[in-house]
Design a protein around this ligand. Structure first.
Ligand SMILES: Nc1nc2c(ncn2[C@@H]2O[C@H](COP(=O)(O)OP(=O)(O)OP(=O)(O)O)[C@@H](O)[C@H]2O)c(=O)[nH]1
Ligand SMILES: [Mg+2]
Length: 365
């Protein structure tokens, strides 16, 4: 039996994990077995734990993107196929990654044709971020390495799913569509909201019934130096720690306070958080909080106040990674001391992603 692999890409914070969970729930309700593969440059991932929280079979490729760690990607998929026997595998590449058609889709088609069939490659667009950007002509729309990376992501989508449409006025969406069409005239464009569920049935149908086809329309060559510069503009922080207190602490307030404090300090250092996400868990449950463009959004069923909280924190920000790590530590110190609490068992890494060196690169195949 051939399994279907659906790649769900898109920039950091565009809603990939949220969408994957929602699509996974829909597939499961139709009796299909779903497995998910997540990916990051570092370890200790909020996304992997979150997907597991929702009960899905999950595996992760850490320490580099699917393209640079293609053998790991395949080994992990094979293990998951053996353990979970999935009909559909939903794959989330790192949000700062591109050139995935040549480095992941083409090798899958060439060397694993008998095992997998490929759904159209979906690229998510955060409608609210892009709209802000279009209005102020900032990061994604400008002639910067990040703007270039973003364009490549858009160019690669068989499907461009404009996500978070619940956050933008309807009359503004055509602006986004025409921006996308100019970069990628052949993609199927669909407006969705992973949060409200808008158009997800339609998108799922496209993913289950459609086929990824080799894209002869991409004729230019990606410039890996520019791509590497874009990735290197970001500081990466992945950490785990525990918060202990003599009195029970309110989980949602604490998550908000921590992310807001970190954001305030990053802004003070002239940095910008692209996506900060955290998972707080207690004996009684878990919740996730995300900060994209300064707003904190909480998902999951927030557990009751607790004295012992396990935290995973992942941040991608335009700031020096060492400065970022110090900011996280200082913010955590400030927030815990405000509540007469303490933090312990701190394990963290911070770094800039290295130069992308894909294992395979098969162009126009
Ligand atoms: N309002 C709204 N929020 C959304 C939607 N989709 C995702 N979000 C929120 O956007 C934030 C980021 O979502 P994620 O699913 O973590 O994004 P991601 O693309 O997986 O992020 P990275 O893995 O860090 O690249 C979360 O707070 C989500 O709840 C949507 O359709 N509408
Ligand atoms: Mg994610």
């Amino acid at each position: 039996m051939k399994r279907r692999i659906a790649g769900i890409g898109g920039f950091l914070g565009s809603g990939k994990t949220t969408l994957i969970i929602e699509l996974g729930k829909k597939l499961a309700s139709e009796g299909k077995k779903v497995a998910i593969i997540t990916n990051d440059q570092g370890e200790n991932l909020v996304d992997t734990n979150l997907v597991r929280d929702y009960g899905f079979a999950v595996t992760e490729v850490v320490g580099g993107c699917f393209c640079c760690r293609f053998p790991d990607f395949i080994t992990h998929i094979h293990e998951m196929v053996h353990e979970a026997n999935p009909d559909v595998i939903l794959a989330e590449p790192v949000g700062s990654c591109t050139d995935l058609l040549a480095t992941v889709y083409a090798p899958l088609r060439k060397y694993y044709e008998g095992e997998f069939n490929l759904a159209p490659f979906t690229v998510l667009i955060d409608a609210s971020s892009l709209l802000l950007d279009l209005e102020e002509k900032r990061v994604f729309t400008s002639n910067t390495p990040t703007g270039d990376l973003y364009s490549w992501q858009v160019k690669e989508g068989d499907i461009l799913a404009i996500n978070k449409t619940d956050l933008v006025p309807k009359k503004e969406v055509p602006k986004i569509e025409s921006f996308l069409k100019e970069i990628n005239p052949t993609a199927d464009i669909i407006q969705i909201s992973a949060k409200t569920g808008h158009n997800l049935d339609r998108l799922l149908k496209m993913l289950i019934e459609g086929e990824h086809k080799p894209r002869s329309t991409i004729t230019e060559e990606i410039d890996y130096n520019t791509y590497a510069l874009a990735e290197a503009e970001l500081g990466w922080f992945n950490g785990v720690f525990r918060i202990n207190s003599d009195k029970p602490l309110k989980i949602d307030d604490l998550m908000k306070e921590l992310l807001t404090e970190i954001n305030r300090r990053v802004e003070k250092s002239k940095g910008v958080i692209v996506h900060a996400k955290t998972r707080f868990s207690t004996k009684e449950g878990w919740a996730k909080a995300s900060l994209v463009i300064s707003d904190v959004d909480i998902t999951g069923e927030v557990p009751p106040p607790s004295k012992d909280i396990d935290v995973i924190l992942n941040i991608r920000a335009a700031i020096d990674p060492v400065a970022l790590s110090n900011i996280v530590k200082n913010s955590l110190g400030a927030v815990t001391s405000r509540h007469n609490a303490r933090y312990a068992d701190w394990v963290a890494t911070s770094f800039r992603p290295g130069y992308p060196k894909p294992y395979y690169r098969l162009v126009h195949t």
